[in-house]
Design a binder for this molecule. Structure first.
Ligand SMILES: *Cc1c(COP(=O)(O)O)cnc(C)c1O
Length: 378
């Protein structure tokens, strides 16, 4: 593992997580059981969600969301091309077609409701809104559009757990929402995810599909609540296990303070960066409602972005890109894509700087100064 002076992301792990794992080891029940049930109810309660169904990862959460939304062969799902590839891949896995809609703008890189409206057709079943960097998409506009056109709204909330600090939180706008708890997310457990839903029927269906379509779990049989089962749907094994759920409960308790720290770090970046013409910090005026998942920056052009990435690498500062345009990946080369010029421009110019809850303000200053050195010499 490369020893970065400042890594892109890092864990906030300590005694709470150690105690959580030890509790599960002592219980001698490792797979889905009481820790998963407790994590689900604590997650639903703290995030203001009606149902929370824990799953193996965020991609499984998206797959099940699309499946219970009724997405099947030949259907279309309108979604952003500026996203991690999981939602698009899971759309294709169900035999459906991702239809990519452009983003609102370079400073608001979430799906444009106007573009979504233009792309809705007779086969459209659902719309995926992704909360880029932990900043809510235009949820009210997308909600209204989906209601008018009879479509299911799915939030890809993998960046946005706990956002905003006050008010309706990510996951509370769509009929369905997918969260990821991968190691680099705001709530990190290694591999894990959650589906939130406002629908009792969807919740039932999600629980069935998560575990082979079986009507009872090993835990139910172990604890004497069931002795047999039927299989009533063709499901998957997308279960979370109790070890990861216990880590999730420890991380959930830290989430409000950690997201608050991330917002303070974003403010420190904002005041530390001296950006000349052509440099942009998306969502810079909306830090108070963000989960602070990413510190994204746009360079004036691709060349400046690539030179900045090289300069920071030499200084031991890790960077990334969120994201390459999905429509330009080889596996999506044959996908039907309308013009998405803002997405392509964003993907060429975007760079992501270090951001994690245990980051020191001194590290922000160091990263910001390395950017300033280039941003002011152009
Ligand atoms: C991380 C992520 C996913 C996938 O989640 P996994 O838990 O890695 O499967 C999907 N969408 C977005 C926006 C993500 O950031």
């Amino acid at each position: 593992m490369t020893d970065w002076r400042i890594p892109l992301s890092d864990l906030d792990y300590g005694e709470e997580e150690r105690a959580a794992v030890e509790r599960v080891l002592r219980s001698k029940w490792l797979s889905m059981g009481p820790e998963v049930a407790a994590f689900e109810s604590e997650f639903a309660e703290t995030q203001g969600l009606r149902h929370a169904v824990a799953v193996a990862n965020g991609t499984a959460a998206l797959h099940l969301s699309l499946a219970v939304a009724g997405v099947g062969a030949g259907d279309e799902v309108v979604q952003p091309a500026l996203n991690f590839v999981a939602a698009a891949n899971m759309t294709v896995a169900l035999g459906a077609v991702p239809v990519f809609a452009d983003i609102v703008g370079l400073e608001e890189p979430t799906i444009s409701a106007g573009e979504v409206a233009r792309l809705i057709g007779p086969r459209t079943k659902a719309v995926v809104a992704m909360h880029y960097g932990g900043n809510l998409a235009r949820v009210a506009e997308i909600r209204r559009l989906c209601d008018e056109r009879g479509l299911v709204m799915i939030e890809d909330a993998c960046h946005a757990v706990g956002a905003p600090a006050r008010g309706v939180k990510a996951g509370g706008f769509g009929e369905l929402a997918a969260f990821s708890f991968f190691s680099n997310k705001n709530l990190a457990i290694g591999e894990g995810g959650m589906v939130a839903t406002s629908s009792d029927d969807f919740a039932k269906r999600l629980r069935l599909l998560r575990s082979h379509g079986m009507t009872s779990l090993s835990w139910d049989r172990h604890s004497g609540h069931a002795s047999s089962y039927d299989v009533v749907a063709h499901g998957y094994n997308y279960r979370l296990d109790d070890l990861h759920a216990a880590l999730g409960r420890a991380q959930l308790a830290k989430l409000p303070a950690n997201n608050q720290k991330r917002r303070e770090l974003l403010r420190a970046y904002r005041s530390g960066l001296r950006l000349s013409d052509g440099w942009l910090m998306p969502f810079a005026d909306h830090i108070e409602s963000s989960s602070g998942h990413l510190m994204a920056l746009l360079a004036p052009n691709a060349d400046a972005r690539n030179r900045l990435a090289g300069r920071l690498r030499e200084a031991g500062i890790q960077t990334s890109m969120h994201y390459p345009c999905i429509a330009d990946f080889e596996a999506f080369a044959s996908s039907r894509t309308s013009a998405i010029p803002i997405t392509r421009e964003f993907a060429k110019r975007a760079i992501t700087l270090p951001m994690f809850a245990t980051m020191a303000f001194e590290q922000v200053r160091e990263a910001a100064e390395a950017v300033n050195a280039q941003a002011t010499e152009l």
